[in-house]
Every structure is written in C-alpha cells, then in structure tokens.
Design a protein. Structure first.
Length: 462
C-alpha cells in the first residue's frame, strides 16, 4: 500500500501512511479528486517559493492559479490591484512559465514616462523626427520581440498612445515616431492598473475598445488587509531579512502586538508593511515589540485638510477645476472688500448709528473673534440685535494714520455718492503733489494708469 502511494505521490510519499486494508480506495473517484487538489497545491507552493511570494490566503492562491493556467498561452492579461500589492510578481510568473521565458521581459511604468516621450519610448523614433532626436532609436516593442512587456499603471497612458497600443494588440503592427514604415512585432502584453478602468472609460480618459482587448484574462491581486494572517507571515519574513541585512537580532511581536498588526488596514499594502518593519528593525533596541510600541510606527488615519467640493443634486459628477475655485475665492474677496470700503466711508463721513450700520454689514465680521484686542462673543439673546463692534474706538486708533482723515465731515450737507468721495480724494492728492500723477497715484494706493482712467472718467483737468 505504501509503495502504491509513493508511486502516486513521489514528492511527498513520506507524509502518507495508509492503515486501511481496502486498497480499492486508490481507484475511487473521491480519491482521484483529492489527488488533483493535492497536486495543484504542490504546484502553487512551488510557485510561491520560486518567486518569493509569502502567504496562504485563498484569494492569493486563486490569483496565482489563474496566472499559472494562463501563462502557457499568448493571451493578454490585465492585473488589477491596489498600489503596493505585488502586481509585478504576477507578470513575472506569467512570463517565466510561458514559452517566451527565454525572450526578453521588460517592465514599464506608464505613469513615470512624460506624455511627450512615451510614444518614442514604446515604439521608437527616426533620426530628426523631433528636437533632440540625433539618431534613430528602437522602442520597447521592437526590443522585446518574442518576449513579454509589462505595462504597469496602464490607466495613466495618454489616449494617443492607447490607439497605437491597440494596433499592436490587434495586428502586431506599429510605426515609429517620424516614420511611415509599418513594422511587425510578436510581443505578449501584460498590463496592470490600480484604478478602475471602467470608470476611466466612462470619463473618457481610457479607450473602451482597448479596455476589452486588454481584459481578455483578468487577475485580481487582493490587498493586504484582505489576506488575514498573511500580514503576520510577511512581517516575520521582512524581520528576518532586515536582521540579516543589518546584522541584528530579528524583532518579534508580543501577542497583543500581533492583534494590533492584524487590525491595521495597511493602505500602502506590502510596500508599507515592509517599510514599517525596516524602521522598527533599525530604530528599536528592544527586539520584542508590544502593541504600544508598534502603534508608534503605524500611521494614524488622517483626514484630508483640503476643502471639500460640494455638488448639488442632479449636477454632473465632475469636480470643479482649481481655476474655478480660485475665481470663486477672488470674487468673494472682491465683494467683501467693496463692502468694507463702503462701511469705512460711511463711518468716517456720517457718524451713522453703529448698531444700524453693523446690522447691515455684520456678516463681514462673522469669522472674527477679536477686534482691536477686545473679544466679542455673540450670545443667543443678542443675536437678533446685531453684531456689536466698537466703531468709535476703531475710528480714533485704526485710521489716525490714513490719508482719508483729511476728508471734511459735514454730515448734514455731505453727498452720499462714493463717486463724489473718490473724485474728492483724487483732487486732494493731485493738489498735494502739485498735479504729479505718479506721486498722487502712490498716495491713493492705485496705479498711474488707473489714476489716468479716473481723471478721464470724472473729467478732471490737471
């Protein structure tokens, strides 16, 4: 019986000890299914050892199994997963287990190549095709003929380059930049992305036909937070690696620290975990880490301090551009400054009842907790009576050095027109500086060009 088991499972005969006298169990359908599952697990474990993949998560095993099955074909593969989850390892599995394993393998980050040069990088260019092209150059699709090209961050590829890539996938043809000659290439494309390409298709930033051409066989790499105990296995692996690298004793976690580690979400996935383990290995003298010490190295959840963009119901799901937001801020500032000018002129010119004045303009001071060193808190019972501000004190201290203090205050006969006040200020400035527009404009706080326009507007003769 043992010899029969060794014949069936030569690589693991030492773990089989059959005590049942019924030898026909080996020919039963259930045993054959068990045999296939066991051999499949053996294959996955050998793949993990070969490519340095750590973990036993069912999601991870499924992704590896799909990569192993699709590797012998020439089908295009799209690998999706969050940044730092290890997508490039799957592209290497596909290449090394394919008939192209003796050909060249090149990994390219499409997001790291400038838009103006990515066509030249991928497809090559002819001499003189653009400024700086002093000689002809082969592109990656020509260099990797007969091999595999891994296009990471495919969602960052410009639309023009996407059209060129689609032609390569459909016909195996490409044209160099600055050339009209069609060239052939036999390259297998494995693409990867950390964004939702269907949403990119809806927004018009990714070609729909290219998406379906790339997505022949999808492989989803699970994020680290969905891999359960794999987090701790990876922690121990990195701790051992860094201990060997820095010639120190490997760090270990207490049971409460293990629970703390497993409960963290790791938005940066494996890359983030590796960085944290390296920090602890280098910085900590104590080699046993408890939960309190581990929390010092786990970044807290931080909310963005950027302003939120609010949308009304029924409006398209498109964010405002930075220019739109800037324009809105500038218009709001301009409105507030205009109202403040009006308020100051009315205070200086007409001794208006300050309560009535601030009832009208109190919204300008809603965000101020203090004014001239005094604190004013709006109480519930005073809210309806307006916002109080010591206007007279502000007149006597804040404006004593201002030029506008020379304006005569004759409340009974003074005009309420801002244009009249502006014209009067211009005349006083010109008189003071003997009709020299340059110095008058500086005194008024406006440009000489604006002053000239005001002179024409008010028909003032110098």
């Amino acid at each position: 019986m043992r010899k029969t088991a060794e014949a069936l499972f030569p690589s693991a005969s030492h773990i089989f000890i059959f005590k049942s006298p019924n030898f026909q169990i080996l020919s039963s359908p259930n045993f054959q299914i068990f045999k296939l599952r066991y051999m499949r697990n053996i294959d996955i474990q050998s793949i993990k050892q070969r490519f340095g993949i750590i973990g036993n998560s069912p999601l991870l095993n499924h992704a590896i199994q799909v990569a192993v099955q699709v590797a012998p074909t020439d089908m295009t593969v799209l690998i999706t997963g969050e940044s730092g989850s290890g997508k490039e390892s799957f592209s290497k599995i596909i290449h090394q287990l394919s008939p192209r394993k003796h050909g060249q393998f090149i990994a390219i980050n499409c997001g790291a190549i400038p838009e103006g040069t990515i066509d030249s990088e991928l497809f090559g260019h002819e001499k003189g095709s653009f400024t700086g092209a002093q000689e002809a150059r082969k592109g990656y699709f020509e260099v990797t003929d007969g091999g595999t090209i891994f296009l990471d961050e495919i969602g960052e590829m410009p639309l023009g380059t996407q059209a060129r890539l689609l032609r390569v996938l459909e016909n195996g043809e490409f044209i160099k930049v600055g050339s009209s000659k069609v060239q052939k290439t036999d390259v297998r494309v494995v693409a990867a992305t950390n964004v939702n390409l269907l949403q990119a298709v809806e927004k018009g930033t990714f070609r729909e036909d290219l998406y379906y051409r790339l997505n022949t066989v999808p492989i989803t790499v699970p994020p680290l937070r969905e891999r359960g105990d794999d987090v701790y296995l990876l922690f121990r692996k990195f701790a051992s690696d860094f201990a060997e690298k820095y010639k120190v004793k490997p760090i270990a976690l207490t049971p409460d620290a293990v629970q703390e580690l497993l409960s963290f979400r790791f938005p940066g996935n494996i890359r983030q975990l590796k960085n944290i383990v390296e920090q602890i290995s280098v910085l900590e003298y104590e080699r046993e880490i408890d939960a309190r010490k581990l929390r010092e190295y786990l970044p807290r959840e931080q909310s963005s301090s950027l302003p939120a963009v609010l949308r009304k119901e029924g409006t398209p799901d498109q964010p405002f551009s930075e220019r739109d937001i800037l324009y809105k801020v500038l218009f709001d500032m301009r409105r507030d400054v205009s109202e403040l000018k009006k308020l100051v002129f009315e205070m200086l010119a007409h001794h208006t009842n300050e309560q009535d004045l601030l009832k009208e303009h109190g919204h300008l001071f809603e965000n101020f907790e203090s004014y001239n060193g005094h604190t004013y808190q709006a109480q519930e019972q005073q809210h309806a009576e307006g916002f109080y501000l010591p206007v007279k004190q502000a007149q006597s201290h804040d404006y004593e050095d201002q030029r506008v203090e020379d304006i005569p205050h004759e409340a009974a006969e003074e005009s309420l027109s801002l244009e009249d006040k502006e014209k009067e200020l211009i005349l006083k400035a010109l008189k003071k500086h003997n009709n020299k527009r340059k110095y008058a404009a500086q005194d008024l706080g406006i440009s000489e060009r604006t002053l000239y326009r005001k002179l024409k507007q008010y028909d003032i003769e110098e």
